[in-house]
Design a protein around this ligand. Structure first.
Ligand SMILES: *Cc1c(COP(=O)(O)O)cnc(C)c1O
Length: 249
């Protein structure tokens, strides 16, 4: 068996450099805050996450509940102040498992009123004190593909309204999309990113929110720079940091 070595620190530096260059190409309307880099570690072993953390990476993303539980409970990982992002589809019967994760920082994939309400209720059992709200993002299915999770674009505003008005234990941070795979940015701005941004503007108008306070989570290994140019504040990058994953079966 061939063992491929991955230079995690080198990859991280490379990605950070690209992020900073992409920021300098943004239109001034996006201000000058640096987007958050979430290192997506699904399928990768704990030792690679530790390498990344020790190279200065704080935010990590996982898609699968069992994998998140396993890694977040690893003794070496527990010693580190990792901020976990849950970025997979969340079934309501798994809520308690995810909320019990030490250092859970955000759930990026809230896609229905029911899920939001269930998280709101369950969080009271896990929060550190009454003021400790759970960060969430609302996932939007911008590509309208059947198999993708996320609420419809037309429902996003009412879901955000529900979170803000009825879910006092949740803190609404922004909206997230995965989008269609394989879009070639040489054909112009990615339509998924453009619709997420438009969706944010519509939400802000309808609910009277400040645009700078509603984040956009969009962009992965192949297109994070492009996403940043279009206003992303949170990029989720996996293979460019940790190396290719084995294909899904
Ligand atoms: C896997 C995954 C990513 C990262 O994908 P890469 O192409 O490896 O960067 C980002 N977001 C979500 C929701 C994912 O499932």
């Amino acid at each position: 068996m061939k063992i491929k070595m991955v230079d995690i620190a080198g990859n991280l530096n490379f990605v950070r450099e690209k992020i900073s260059k992409a920021c300098s190409r943004r239109s001034p309307e996006f201000g000058n805050s640096i987007p958050r880099l979430v290192a997506v570690s699904k399928t990768k072993p704990a030792n690679l996450l530790i390498d990344a953390y020790d190279a200065g990476q704080k935010h990590f993303g996982e898609n699968y509940v069992n994998e998140l539980i396993e890694k977040s409970g690893h003794p070496e990982i527990l010693k580190r102040d990792i901020r976990w992002h849950f970025i997979g589809h969340l079934q309501r019967n798994k809520i308690n498992k995810v909320l019990a994760v030490p250092n859970l920082w955000i759930i990026e994939t809230v896609d229905s009123n029911k899920l939001a309400s269930a998280l709101d209720t369950a969080w009271t059992k896990y929060r550190k004190n009454d003021d400790n709200k759970l960060n969430i993002m609302v996932q939007v299915n911008t590509s309208k593909e059947e198999e993708k999770s996320g609420c419809d674009l037309s429902e996003a505003s009412s879901l955000v309204k529900h979170v803000i008005e009825n879910c006092k234990n949740l803190k609404f941070l922004g909206i997230m999309t995965i989008g269609a795979y394989g879009y070639d940015p040489s054909n112009g701005p990615n339509p998924d990113f453009v619709s997420l941004r438009q969706c944010r503007d519509d939400i802000c108008k309808e609910l009277n929110l400040v645009r700078d306070q509603v984040e956009l989570s969009m962009g992965m290994s192949t297109d994070y720079e492009h996403a940043i140019e279009l206003g992303s504040t949170n990029v989720r990058v996996g293979s460019a940091i940790f190396g290719e994953r084995p294909p899904k079966n």
